[in-house]
Design a protein around this ligand. Sequence first.
Ligand SMILES: *Cc1c(COP(=O)(O)O)cnc(C)c1O
Length: 406
Amino acid sequence: MLDIAKIREEFPILHQEVNGFPLVYFDNAATSQKPKKVIEALVKYYEGTNSNVHRGAHTLASQATEQFEQTREAARAFLNASSTEEVIFTKGTTEGLNLVASSFGRSQIQEGDEVIISTMEHHSNIVPWQILCEEKKAILKVIPMTDEGELIFEEYEKLLSEKTKLVSIVHVSNSLGTINPIKQYIDLAHRYGAVVMVDGAQSSPHFQLDVQDLDCDFFVFSAHKIYGPTGMGVLYGKKALLEKMPPYLGGGEMIKEVTFEKTTYNDLPFKFEAGTPNIGDTIALKYALDFMNEIGREKIAAHEQDLLAYATEQMKAIDRVKIIGEARNKVGVISFNVEGMHHFDVGMLMDANGIAIRTGHHCTQPLMHRLGIDGTVRASFAIYNTKEEVDRMVGSLRKIIAKFAK
Ligand SMILES: *Cc1c(COP(=O)(O)O)cnc(C)c1O
């Protein structure tokens, strides 16, 4: 059994009152809170090691470089990638997706080629492909979804052809919590020779990942959604593909030699890491990964599934509450609407009770459009959340509905 009270002790931010009530933080799908270890790693770096990486001959520079590269190894292990050459540091999921759309897209997508995404994509996995397809006169296709919030595999199969060059889909939906059976989608795309990119922003916080087993070509996630700092993320790519791709940004660090006539690029992964990176946050990411590994990702998943089942049952029992997204496999995300109330008002009133949840379209406007709504209220769970907090949310929601719903 996990000692959640002890885990909560590691998160200073959770121990405060908001609007006169103990904080209930249920906005983890937007960003998770950070354990002391991560915060301390940042302070320690700026107090003791701050230096630019990969350059200086001095002691601090080599210490910073060593710690920076230790995170690369930790991220490799987290994803079970075969080599650290395949682990590229980015600003986050958004930058990873844009890097591939720009670099792979620019070099490999031609007029008339097709790119496939899905109905439940985050805007960051839609817009880069739209920009690319417009520039290249390529065609963007979208996998449809059921009313319950599951992608329709048979429809996906119909979209694939020899023209399909790339498929980019979300592993877990941030708005609905749906866990997509991604391996099946990857296998089928590969039979058509297409490359597959997986948006792992919402799977990385919740369960064990193995990019070799998935056999995805690219995988991206953000540190800030897995208990790490903001402004930091990881792009995994298969070495053979990354080697063929042109650089994304040009500048220092990504070069071997520069003359005015010609520049030779650095080896992987540095070819894709131009400029001084986000050193402190990168070093701190390792402590977030350690935090997850020490608890164990199966245990994190089990605890969150427990909360999901408990909360779903409670929410279904409330009159006027409609849960949005009822896929068979979900992570700890519950989107809902209240009949006779706007989602924004529900969020405001919950906040007045110290409960932090998200409202709106969750950066998935086309998905909201598909469902015929303009937004939802979303509660999303992390390892430090408890059933008592779910009770607080449910109790508060009942009161709000009794008082305000028309
Ligand atoms: C949060 C999120 C993103 C974007 O991540 P950033 O950290 O904002 O770059 C992309 N896709 C999904 C599914 C997300 O949840």
